[in-house]
Design a protein around this ligand. Structure first.
Ligand SMILES: O=C(O)C(=O)C[C@H](O)C(=O)CO
Ligand SMILES: [Zn+2]
Length: 278
C-alpha cells in the first residue's frame, strides 16, 4: 500500500505555483497498481482518494498510518465505483458483485474489506473515495438504474452530458460523502460549464474513458484567477473548496466526482457566469 499526504492551501499561496508544483499538489497521476492499494490522504475535509486493482490476489484495505486507526473504516465511510471489469468486494464476510460503473457504499465500522477480480486477465479497477463519518449507515450496492439521473448542456455548446448521482442523499444516507459519474455525449467536451465553486465542500474529479491519444484540460483556481492542468486517462485531481473544477477534453470522456464537507446538498453551488471567468 502507498498512502501519500497532500496538504491544504490558501488561494493566494497558489498564485505563483509552477506547472510542476501544481501537479505535485493537486494531480493524482497513478491510482491503479496490480495487486496493490494506492491512497492519497488530503487535508481538505480529510478526504481519501484511492485505487485498488486486484489481479492475481485479493487485496485487503488497510488503515494507513495517517488514520492512527486499527482498521480503515473505524471512523470513516467509503464509496467505491468500479471502472474496470467485474469484481467482488467482501465486506465483513458479505460478498458484493460490483460491475462496470456500479457503486458500493460501505458504512462506518466494517472491519474487513477485501477486493478481488472475477478474471485476472481482465481486472476490476475499484476507484475509492472515503471521508470521516460520525455514524454508521447501511452498506449498499447502487447501480446506474438506481441513480438520480440528470441530463444537462447541449450539443451546440459542446457540453451535453448525463450526470448519474450514485451515492447522494436522494438515493441513500451517508454522513458527508457524495459520489457520482458524469458521462459526456460524443461530440461534447466541456464538463461543469458554467463552472461553479462550493466553499462548503471540496471535490475530487477522476477522469476515465479518455480515448488513447486524447487528454482532458482541467481548469481550477478562483473564478477570477483560473489555472489549468493537463490530465490523462485514469488520473484524479483535487479541487480545493474555493476552486472551480471544470474540464475540456480533446474528445468526450467520463468522470467520477466525489465531495465532502459542510453539507449533503448537491445543488449548493455558486455558479460563475462564463464571461466572468478569468
Ligand atoms: O458535469 C457536471 O456539471 C458535473 O458533473 C458537476 C459535478 O457533479 C460537480 O461539480 C458537483 O459539485
Ligand atoms: Zn462541484
Amino acid at each position: 500500500m502507498t498512502a501519500e499526504t497532500r496538504y491544504a492551501t490558501s488561494p493566494t499561496s497558489v498564485l505563483r505555483w509552477t506547472t510542476d508544483e501544481t501537479r505535485k499538489e493537486l494531480l493524482i497521476e497513478k491510482l491503479f497498481i496490480a495487486d496493490d492499494a494506492v491512497l492519497v490522504y488530503s487535508h481538505y475535509d480529510r478526504f481519501i482518494t484511492g485505487g485498488i486493482m486486484p489481479v492475481n490476489k485479493t487485496v485487503k484495505l488497510l488503515a494507513p498510518d495517517q488514520l492512527k486507526a486499527t482498521y480503515f473504516l473505524e471512523r470513516r465511510e467509503l464509496g467505491i465505483i468500479n471502472v474496470g471489469a467485474p469484481g467482488q468486494v467482501k465486506v465483513d464476510g458479505e460478498i458484493f458483485e460490483v460491475g462496470f460503473k456500479e457503486a458500493l457504499y460501505i458504512g462506518r465500522g466494517k472491519q474487513e474489506v477485501l477486493f478481488s477480480s472475477n478474471d485476472c486477465e481482465q481486472p476490476a479497477k475499484f476507484y475509492l473515495n472515503s471521508t470521516p463519518a460520525h455514524q454508521t449507515y447501511p452498506t449498499r450496492l447502487v447501480t446506474k438504474k438506481e441513480a438520480e439521473i440528470v441530463t444537462l448542456g447541449s450539443m451546440e455548446t459542446a457540453n451535453h452530458r448525463t450526470i448519474n448521482k450514485l451515492l447522494v442523499a436522494s438515493v441513500l444516507p451517508t454522513c458527508q460523502l457524495q459520489m457520482g459519474m458524469t458521462e459526456l455525449k460524443p461530440g461534447s467536451i466541456w464538463n461543469t460549464i458554467p463552472a461553479h465553486t462550493h466553499d462548503r465542500r471540496m471535490e475530487v474529479y477522476f477522469y476515465f474513458e479518455v480515448p488513447d491519444g486524447q487528454s482532458v484540460c482541467h481548469f481550477w483556481g478562483q473564478p477570477q484567477e483560473t489555472r489549468h492542468i493537463w490530465m490523462q486517462n485514469e488520473q484524479a485531481v483535487i479541487s480545493p473548496p474555493w476552486s472551480i473544477h471544470s474540464g475540456a477534453g480533446t474528445s468526450n470522456y467520463t468522470f467520477i466526482w466525489g465531495m465532502a464537507g459542510e453539507n449533503l446538498d448537491y445543488s449548493d453551488m455558486d455558479v460563475c457566469a462564463v464571461p466572468d471567468l478569468r
